[in-house]
Design a protein around this ligand. Structure first.
Ligand SMILES: C[S@@+](CC[C@H](N)C(=O)[O-])C[C@H]1O[C@@H](n2cnc3c(N)ncnc32)[C@H](O)[C@@H]1O
Length: 297
């Protein structure tokens, strides 16, 4: 990588620290200072091929002049609102590196909390059968496979492009997950078998909430992954809960990531379908973000 080039190092003027400051400064119109600093670090680590430790070691070293064409290209794309994860083609989730593209949602911090809850509540059980509905990049399914070692994991998405990325992620992360192209809203019964856990982070942002969203989300992330109609915002929760009653084993558990506005409504759906132990879990920002329930015997 660039740091191996003594010739270029001699030509350059800015240290890595100064370059990071310059980079962050250039994207301050789009991000607050903390976000800008962390994006600058992610971008420079990627561009210069440095891991966390090497990044610190090289912090006072000059950045080769040659690297600045790409650095400025990244800055330009960030200024136009492109998320850094799509620029570098990867996102961190539960300590693993997932490949992402504009065909899949960028895995979110809240979704890590969903995975952590499932692991915490099910780690004692052996040979768990898990179904992830609306898998996108495969982040939930693959992270669960990594963390619940002998679990058998299946995952569904409507998008063939998303499934192609999810399959690549499973290969790259050396996990076995079965992926299926299924439109969950059109499925009358799931013939994939019975499961101990069904989890879903379905589209849940209403069209009317679009206005308050960051422009970079609306312009760059897949709308198929994000939005539901105002007239039927719970369409996925109704359908997936109904299917879960037929596809969960006795005492099986259902986990949803939810729109904080609809905690009561999603709880009611689970109650209507006779789930017990229905719990609303808040995320780290104190917002209702996860609902879990247990299938009655
Ligand atoms: C909010 S994203 C979740 C992605 C990933 N599980 C995560 O947590 O980052 C929702 C996913 O649902 C998929 N999806 C949308 N409509 C669907 C449908 N009718 N049937 C199955 N999947 C659908 C989208 O393609 C998208 O990948």
């Amino acid at each position: 990588m660039y740091f191996n080039s003594i010739i270029f190092a001699k030509l350059s003027k800015m240290t890595l620290k100064e370059t990071e400051e310059y980079f962050a400064q250039e994207i301050l119109m789009q991000y607050d200072q903390n976000e800008a600093n962390s994006i600058a670090k992610i971008a420079l680590q990627f561009l210069l091929g440095l891991n966390n430790i090497n990044y610190s070691l090289e912090y006072r070293t000059t950045v080769p002049q040659q690297a600045f064409a790409e650095i400025n290209e990244y800055v330009k794309r960030l200024q136009l609102g492109e998320p850094i994860q799509y620029i570098i083609g990867e996102a961190h989730f539960m300590g693993f590196n997932f490949q992402v593209s504009p065909q899949v949602l960028i895995p979110r911090r809240e979704t890590e909390e969903l995975v952590a809850l499932i692991v915490q509540e099910n780690m004692q059980k052996r040979a768990l059968k898990v179904l992830d509905v609306c898998t996108g990049s495969g982040c939930i399914a693959i992270a669960l496979k990594k963390l619940l070692k002998d679990a058998e994991i299946s995952a569904i998405d409507i998008s063939k492009e998303a499934l192609a990325i999810a399959r690549e992620n499973a290969i790259k992360l050396k996990t076995k997950v079965k992926f299926y192209a299924i439109d969950i809203l059109e499925t009358q019964d799931l013939t994939l078998g019975h499961f101990d856990v069904i989890v879903s982070n379905p589209p849940y942002v209403t069209e009317s909430e679009k206005k308050r969203m960051h422009a970079n989300v609306i312009q760059h992330e897949p709308h198929l992954a994000l939005f539901v109609e105002d007239a039927n915002p719970l369409i996925f929760y109704n359908k997936i809960t109904a299917l879960a009653t037929a596809n969960l084993l006795p005492n099986g558990r259902l986990y949803f990531e939810i729109n904080e506005k609809f905690a009561k409504e999603v709880s009611d759906i689970l109650e209507f379908h006779n789930f017990s132990n229905i719990i609303v879990h808040n995320d780290m920002q104190g917002k209702a973000r996860i609902i879990s329930g247990k299938m009655k015997n």
